[in-house]
Design a protein around this ligand. Structure first.
Ligand code: PEP
Ligand code: MN
Length: 264
């Protein structure tokens, strides 16, 4: 079902009038984690002012270590939904377990499956039973075939609203957090009809590399970007402040992107 052979035309996912796929460019921005009502409200305002369409933020965080901040949970979902409503943005948040799919879908417009859960087949099967759009992140060691098979689990269950996200893979390079696989963008678009979103934040792990790799992703044909932005990155509650853009950098990037592709 994920294959172009089966479905020659690009899939376009329409979420409350925002169209993801085809020639549109969608920009999702926001913090790694929802931290407080004030934080998410202010960042939502800045995402909207810059021209973004989707507010990102994790309420449930898949942390590598068990003692790290794990997210603020359902309260965070409420704060983000409120900020999205107030500022006229769609919202995307990560869901980590099948039990939380329904509650996350009540609050968010798009559900994110993180890189560590790409092959959490129970979670994928559960996401196949609803119609809420899913952004599926590529596992950091997954081949394109494994990635598309993970998408297939959701599609096979009856949910056609799947987008693929290249977020960097693990290589021998340690200067960057991950290696953003730019070739994945056109390759996945040739193999599949699903929209492909690029995450240059996790794909590089370094703020100064986000802007060039965001532009490179759009030049490679990405249907959208998901970018971390924070008003106070040095004090963010996850370690991802180092890859988060400052608000003015985010706004300037979107201005430059408008020259490459209309953000609609
Ligand atoms: C995130 O988007 O904050 C995140 C944890 O992403 P990934 O699953 O790609 O590491
Ligand atoms: Mn993050």
């Amino acid at each position: 079902l994920a294959s172009r052979d089966f479905h020659p035309d690009d899939t376009i996912i329409d979420i409350k009038g925002v169209k993801i796929g085809g020639s549109n460019l969608v920009v999702m921005g926001g913090p790694c984690a929802v931290e407080s009502p004030e934080q998410i409200d202010e960042i939502a305002r800045l995402v909207k002012a810059a021209g973004g369409q989707v507010l990102r933020g994790g309420a449930f965080k898949p942390r590598t270590g068990p003692y790290s901040f794990q997210g603020i949970g359902v309260e965070g979902l409420e704060m983000m939904a409120e900020a999205g409503r107030k500022h006229g943005l769609l919202t995307i948040t990560e869901v980590m377990t099948p039990e939380y799919v329904d509650i996350c879908a009540q609050y968010a417009d798009i559900l994110q499956v993180g890189t560590r859960n790409m092959q959490n087949f129970d979670l994928l099967r559960k996401l196949g039973t609803i119609q809420t759009p899913v952004l599926l992140k590529r596992g950091f060691s997954a081949t394109y075939d494994e990635f598309l098979n993970a998408a297939e689990y959701i599609l096979a269950g009856g949910n056609p609203n799947v987008m693929l996200c290249e977020r960097g893979i693990r290589t021998f390079e340690s200067y960057t957090r991950n290696t953003l696989d730019l070739a994945a963008i056109p390759a996945l678009q040739q193999l599949s009809h699903l929209p492909v979103i690029s995450d240059p934040s996790h794909g590089t792990g370094r703020r100064e590399l986000v802007e060039p790799m965001a532009k490179a992703s759009v030049a490679a044909g990405a249907n959208g970007l998901i970018i971390e932005m924070h008003t106070d990155p040095d004090n963010s509650m996850t370690g991802d402040g180092v890859q988060s853009l400052f608000p003015d950098q985010f706004a300037n990037l979107l201005k430059d992107l408008e020259k490459l592709a209309p953000i609609v």
